[in-house]
Ligand binder design. Structure first.
Ligand SMILES: C[S@@+](CC[C@H](N)C(=O)[O-])C[C@H]1O[C@@H](n2cnc3c(N)ncnc32)[C@H](O)[C@@H]1O
Length: 329
């Protein structure tokens, strides 16, 4: 099989498109220039308070934010808990607007982490990191076997490449069985989480206590999407995935293949630390109108984060490396 130099396996194209010298995530605007996540604005404030509550229960003094964007969540964490240790990890140099007491580590990107990220004794939060860690994309060929999907980096046109290697096949047999079993049909896809599992394991392996939480959209083995989830966003709009550096490339995470002590929905995780979305008492409106409005905004953001039809279905993958008992009721 001969491929044009522009046609490469998706995982390789994805890595170059997001983290190469002209990669999408090296753009000065950062992810917030293209899409909004729960780490921004008032939602970020609610999330930051919940994360400090989790940090306390898990026995972590500080927080390390892997995939820190341009420091949006770090800003909310600092405002919620002045003086506690904070570190951001990102593929770009330290943002100029970052508060001076926040540490910053520059990372290679994707599955690779900076050498100086160790030993970590903190709560590590990876909010929407793993969905942008490139993974092997596979599809069932006419012969019924899984093959790697290749892509033309100029156009996004796909073609089938070599049969999957044994390690990826073993991963699929265990974690994406619908693509390897008797019911698999030509064209069925699998997004092989093996390299994401390894990236997560690498992160946890650098820790000397504390805990790590990956927050992301994903699926479990019984509900793997046979058509795959790889897609792209540019300036807030979903577009066809072309790995040319002009758009974000993302695929949902196989959350149950990651090393973990607990797997929760965001709704469960936030409710455990008292996030309720309840509106403030009306008396506050008379006593302190500004505080009332602020609490009202936070309640509305909390409701959105808990929404069982929206952000509430995000997954929280918890790895309690310090084996501190999660004594949250
Ligand atoms: C989808 S954005 C999420 C940003 C932010 N956490 C949020 O939720 O708004 C993913 C971010 O992870 C960063 N990233 C990807 N791989 C990384 C790595 N190995 N180390 C540090 N940051 C990484 C990207 O550069 C990007 O800014």
């Amino acid at each position: 099989m001969t491929l044009s130099p522009d046609v490469v396996p998706w995982r390789e194209a994805w890595q170059g498109a997001l983290y190469g010298p002209q990669g999408f995530y090296r753009n000065p605007a950062g992810p917030a220039g293209h899409f909004t996540t729960s780490t921004h604005g008032v939602a970020g404030r609610v999330l930051a308070e919940a994360l400090w509550a989790w940090a306390d229960v898990l026995g972590a003094d500080g927080i390390v934010d892997v995939g820190a964007g341009r420091g949006e969540l770090l800003g909310a964490l600092r405002a919620a808990a002045p003086g506690r240790p904070l570190t951001g990890v990102e593929v770009v140099a330290r943002p100029t607007a970052l508060l001076p007491d926040v540490e910053w580590l520059v990372s290679p990107g994707g599955a690779r982490l900076p050498d100086d990220l160790a030993p970590v004794r903190a709560l590590v939060i990876a909010h929407e990191w793993l969905d942008v860690v490139p993974c092997t994309v596979a599809a069932v060929g006419d012969d019924g076997g899984l093959r790697e999907v290749c892509v033309d980096v100029r156009t996004g046109e796909e073609s089938l490449g070599w049969p999957l290697d044994d390690a990826d096949l073993d991963w699929c047999a265990r974690f994406w069985p619908s693509a390897t079993g008797a019911d698999a049909r030509p064209g069925d896809r699998a997004e092989v989480g093996r390299h994401r599992d390894a990236a997560w394991e690498d992160l946890i392996g650098r820790m000397s206590g504390g805990a790590a939480i990956a927050v992301d959209y994903g699926h479990r083995v019984a509900q793997r999407p046979g058509e795959g989830t790889l897609t792209a966003y540019r300036q807030g709009v979903q577009v066809a995935p072309v790995p040319d550096g002009s758009c974000d490339l993302t695929a949902h995470v196989a959350v149950d293949s990651l090393q973990q002590d607990e797997l929760l929905t965001q709704r469960e995780a936030l409710r455990r630390v008292g996030v309720s979305g309840l509106t403030p008492e009306h008396t506050l409106a008379r006593e302190d109108p500004a505080a009332y409005l602020s609490a009202l905004g936070a309640a509305s953001a909390a409701t959105s984060l808990l929404d069982p039809g929206g952000f509430g279905t995000f997954w929280w993958v918890v790895s309690n490396t310090g084996r501190v008992h999660a004594g949250i009721p």
